[in-house]
Ligand binder design. Sequence first.
Ligand SMILES: Nc1ncnc2c1ncn2[C@@H]1O[C@H](COP(=O)(O)OP(=O)(O)OP(=O)(O)O)[C@@H](O)[C@H]1O
Ligand SMILES: O=C(O)C1=C[C@@H](O)[C@@H](O)[C@H](O)C1
Ligand SMILES: [Mg+2]
Length: 198
Amino acid sequence: MSSPMAPSDTVVLIGPMAVGKTAVGRMLARRTGRTFVDTDRVLVERYGPIRGLFDQHGEEGFRLLEADVVQGAVTDAGIVSLGGGAVLDAGTQAVLQDAAVVFLDTDARTVLPRISRDSKRPLLAGNPLERWQELYDQRRPIYARLASVVIDTRGLSVRGTADAVVRALPHLLPDRHTASPPRTAGANHESRTDTHGD
Ligand SMILES: Nc1ncnc2c1ncn2[C@@H]1O[C@H](COP(=O)(O)OP(=O)(O)OP(=O)(O)O)[C@@H](O)[C@H]1O
Ligand SMILES: O=C(O)C1=C[C@@H](O)[C@@H](O)[C@H](O)C1
Ligand SMILES: [Mg+2]
């Protein structure tokens, strides 16, 4: 069975854990009047906290559920933030081919304060910094290969990163006179509810 393709006006944010995919995606949607879906949030809403999903199904089972959620999310035009490891799935890689894929890049030093006391990202258990770096090293080539745009977020705020995305993809900015407020879809809420559950 062939996979659906993401429309070319879908913007998909990819990159390592805690780089800011969720925070930047939410801000970008607000600025551009587009829908926002965070696939981790959809998973939590549909199946429960991410940590519980890893406990119950293992990483492999989690990836299957995640791939299905991603397929649904990216076939609607809008801003979509993926989980850090979603791009490992071959079907997800295929479906992203036509989308504007934005790789938010960073380094371990920058994300350290965001992950050092993390209990919600099961793959960072033990030594979060070491695990983060290992995963980054494994996945960086995939992020780079899928990217239409790469943004080095080091030294940028969430707002500064959203600005950089708009500069790279200027067609995202709505016409001032016709812009409507952001529509919400699935995971899109302005609330700050944690996207990983629990
Ligand atoms: N540029 C930034 N500067 C400072 N803090 C940031 C920045 N980007 C994100 N953050 C903060 O870091 C934390 C992690 O960000 P976020 O959840 O958006 O990362 P993520 O890439 O979606 O991670 P995951 O892959 O686990 O979903 C949040 O508290 C967020 O507010
Ligand atoms: O990088 C990863 O593999 C993950 C990132 C998070 O967004 C969640 O999707 C989950 O914790 C796994
Ligand atoms: Mg996220």
